[in-house]
Design a protein around this ligand. Structure first.
Ligand SMILES: NC(=O)C1=CN([C@@H]2O[C@H](COP(=O)(O)OP(=O)(O)OC[C@H]3O[C@@H](n4cnc5c(N)ncnc54)[C@H](O)[C@@H]3O)[C@@H](O)[C@H]2O)C=CC1
Ligand SMILES: O=C(O)C(=O)Cc1ccc(O)cc1
Length: 294
């Protein structure tokens, strides 16, 4: 496709999306904006964007496609800025935030005709941050979720999918509340548990250095995501607070249960606890083809 794309937020996700757009639409002009001058400069030096935008608003006025890839609360501020300026009539606006409910409620408030904003969430990434880790194939075979405002014409969604075809992701559309419920369970809550496990080990490691020395295989697998950006995750868990509070309550019940059967030395119940988990884990559908992982 030919046109001007603005990527705002030149980190891991913004950089990877820009690279995947370049791959399939080499004639597109890609403008990059970041709140940090250093990241704007890196994006140009790495040839990820063709033009460095000094002003988000000025670049947005010229864009045919605007992709906001900043942390979720910063994206909300960018959306507010967009709603106050005159954009091209046919512009497509999307984001990449990990939560969708609050973002879509804000979109409906800012654009009450509900025909403007297509929420987006590429369901792949890494615990690493920053444009230096961007990859054109980051989203290969991953799911990419859209939560369009209710009156966005289907042709606009098709157009966005075409722009993003270089991600080689599998697109699907979801209701924003359903999105937050599901991603709360399989992404946001596991980040809390991974951080909790890492914090627990840290407490013991102070007294017993062998804890860190022997931390391998299973511990590393289950806690890799504890190395993610704390500020980004602060925003994600706050946005999905209600779902996460109820999952935390469920988790405490689950832990109380395993504590009680262990106290009672109830062999059968202990086996059943692990058996149920294994049955569910083994039954998960295979990814379409393995997505990139770090
Ligand atoms: N890290 C991951 O694996 C995934 C992250 N996401 C979402 O994508 C978004 C971006 O995440 P990452 O790229 O990982 O973060 P990152 O930390 O690598 O990059 C974020 C960039 O946004 C910039 N920024 C902050 N405030 C800004 C503002 N007001 N205007 C313009 N730029 C601003 C920062 O300077 C930084 O360069 C987040 O909303 C996150 O929830 C979605 C899928 C996966
Ligand atoms: O590093 C990992 O495995 C992740 O879980 C990356 C990730 C982070 C945030 C998202 O919204 C989606 C994917």
């Amino acid at each position: 496709m030919i046109g001007r794309v603005l990527v705002a937020g030149l980190g891991l996700i913004g950089g990877s999306i820009a690279l995947s757009i370049k791959r399939n639409h080499p004639k597109a002009e890609i403008m990059g904006y970041d709140i940090q001058e250093t990241e704007r400069e890196k994006a140009v030096a790495m040839k990820i964007v063709s033009e460095k935008a000094e002003s988000f608003e000025k670049a947005a006025e010229r864009a045919d496609l605007i992709i906001m890839a900043a942390p979720v609360e910063e994206t909300e501020k960018l959306m507010e800025q967009l709603s106050r300026i005159t954009l091209k009539k046919e512009v497509t606006i999307t984001d990449t935030g990990s939560t969708k409910g609050k973002t879509m409620r804000l979109a409906d408030h800012l654009w009450p005709k509900k025909d403007r904003f297509i929420g987006g969430h590429p369901m792949a990434g890494s615990h690493q941050m920053g444009i230096q880790n961007a990859k054109s194939d980051l989203f290969e075979n991953a799911r990419y979720i859209f939560t369009p405002q209710s009156n966005v014409p289907s042709g606009k969604i098709d157009e966005l999918m075409c722009w993003l075809s270089g991600t080689n992701a599998h697109f699907l559309t979801l209701d924003p509340e359903e999105h937050d419920y599901v991603t709360g369970i399989i992404s946001h809550f596991p980040h809390i548990i991974a951080a909790g496990l890492a914090n627990q080990a840290k407490g013991h490691a102070k007294k017993a250095p062998l804890v860190s020395l022997l931390a391998a295989g299973g511990f590393r697998d289950t806690t890799r995501i504890a190395s993610s950006n704390p500020y980004m995750w602060k925003e994600i868990v706050k946005q999905n607070r209600n779902n996460l509070l109820s999952l935390l309550q469920e988790w405490q019940n689950e832990m109380n249960y395993i504590q009680s059967v262990l106290m009672e030395n109830d062999d059968e119940a202990i086996v059943q606890f692990f058996e149920q988990a294994k049955e569910y884990r083994d039954s998960l559908p295979e990814p379409i083809k393995k997505a990139v992982s770090f």
